[in-house]
Design a protein around this ligand. Structure first.
Ligand SMILES: [Zn+2]
Length: 265
């Protein structure tokens, strides 16, 4: 039994997950590594007892990126007998330490927020907007854009991803914001409407919103929308150093959703 999960972005939203079965592990054995956000949506929806295929609002695509990471880890942690991982890192003391981390320790640093969008703000005479959280559907869209990255086109696509990373967190007044497809269309249209100076203001507002609304596990979202988790502080294991002499280290783990899917061992 997986204990009830509360969305980090909304303490009134409780999710009951069923346990992954063997068939799912078989289905996920042959995954496309670059489509993990989309795969995560399908996986979380399959396990979510209240997911209704006819109601998009029940999909994990409508949860925030942090909600989804926490949910994947929650299921993983509660269905694995040994939820540990080993890694090594170069410590400030100069040595390389080998450590074993418990996913439960990461889940303990979980923060509960109650996210709302911001008040309506006027950008220009004709543009009024709100900042919204970074949702799963937006994360999925950026993942699709990253799939197009090839060496020749890299600069243009990278710039486009950075722009969309901001615009997908904006709801423009007067536009159709009822579905995530229309939100994506609005963002694409605004690329031809906004000046660079206006875009800079929106970027600052979105970054400020994300800083002021931490929720879920300790993590950093890059300009390209990729998430890195931070472990709890790890103490230096060098016996020659006095306690407190070397600052504890928070390791950065590039989050790969596929690592937390069920596997047949
Ligand atoms: Zn050390």
């Amino acid at each position: 039994m997986i204990p009830q999960f509360t969305l980090p972005s909304n303490d009134k939203k409780h999710i009951e997950f069923s346990s992954p079965n063997i068939q799912m592990a078989i289905d996920y054995a042959d995954l496309v590594a670059d489509m993990e956000c989309e795969i995560a949506t399908g996986y979380l929806d399959k396990l979510n007892i209240s997911f209704d295929i006819n109601d998009k609002n029940t999909s994990s695509a409508t949860w925030t990126a942090q909600d989804r990471i926490a949910a994947l880890l929650w299921v993983f942690y509660n269905t694995n007998e040994e939820p540990f991982f080993s890694t090594s890192y170069k410590c400030q003391c100069g040595e390389t330490h080998h450590v074993e981390c418990d996913w439960g320790d990461l889940l303990e640093e979980f923060s509960q927020g109650n996210l709302n969008q911001t008040q309506e703000t006027r950008l220009t005479d004709s543009i009024v907007y709100k900042v919204t959280p970074f949702y799963g559907w937006a994360e999925q869209h950026l993942e699709m854009m990253r799939l197009d990255l090839t060496e020749e086109q890299e600069k243009g696509i990278l710039a486009d991803i950075k722009v969309m990373r901001v615009l997908l967190q904006i709801e423009f007044k007067g536009a159709d914001n009822s579905t995530f497809e229309s939100r994506i269309e609005n963002a694409v249209k605004m690329k031809s409407t906004l000046s660079l100076a206006e875009f800079k203001v929106l970027t600052e507002k979105v970054n400020e919103y994300n800083t002021l609304n931490p929720h879920g596990l300790n993590s950093i979202v890059s300009e390209l929308g990729e998430v890195t988790l931070l472990t709890p502080p790890i103490d230096c294991a060098n016996k020659e150093k006095e306690a407190g002499e070397v600052e504890p280290t928070r390791l950065r783990l590039h989050f790969r959703g596929n690592d937390y899917l069920p596997k047949v061992n």
